[in-house]
Design a protein around this ligand. Structure first.
Ligand code: HEM
Length: 131
């Protein structure tokens, strides 16, 4: 798999898990707590598997940014400023759900949503996936 193929695949996967997250937010907004929990557990597992799997793949691939222009490297840098905190917040979200820290969970959820929107927009619309 080449660098651009990896990025394109990531874009598709991130779009799929974002649809799941949107459904989970819709579920909690309409009071369906169990459904929210189930969908978000899937979202959590899929997102972490994607991040860990692709991080490994990117490392096997060598330097994926080798052919990036300066602008593309900047876009990746900005994307990572959203993506890395998103992953950390995701762990806090699952932890606070398991511990039933409701206020913390909801407060972190708002922050997570902002970082996730940033991850999605900067990742799907600004990263290069063709040469
Ligand atoms: C906008 C973001 C989010 C909001 C506003 C939100 C809100 C909530 C609320 C209000 C509850 C019910 C808490 C209670 O009554 O004790 C809940 C439960 C839960 N949330 Fe979230 N959440 C968000 C994101 C997430 C994420 C990202 C995850 C997973 C990583 C997650 C996993 C769960 C789980 C597993 C439960 C327990 C469901 C159950 O008891 O069956 N949530 N959430």
């Amino acid at each position: 798999m080449s660098g651009p193929d990896i990025i394109l695949t990531l874009k598709v996967l991130v779009s799929i898990v974002t649809a799941l997250f949107a459904a989970a937010v819709g579920a909690i907004a309409t009071g369906r707590k169990k459904l929210h929990g189930r969908i978000n557990t899937a979202f959590f597992a899929l997102t972490l598997t994607t991040v860990v799997g692709f991080e490994g793949l990117l490392r096997l691939q060598g330097n994926v940014t080798e052919h990036f222009t300066t602008d593309e490297k900047r876009a990746l840098f900005i994307h990572l400023w959203f993506a890395v905190p998103s992953v950390l917040l995701l762990l806090l979200m699952m932890g606070s759900a398991v511990l039933k820290w409701k206020r913390f969970h909801v407060a972190c959820g708002i922050l997570f949503s902002l970082f996730w929107v940033g991850t999605f927009v900067t990742g799907v619309f600004f990263l290069p996936h063709s040469r």
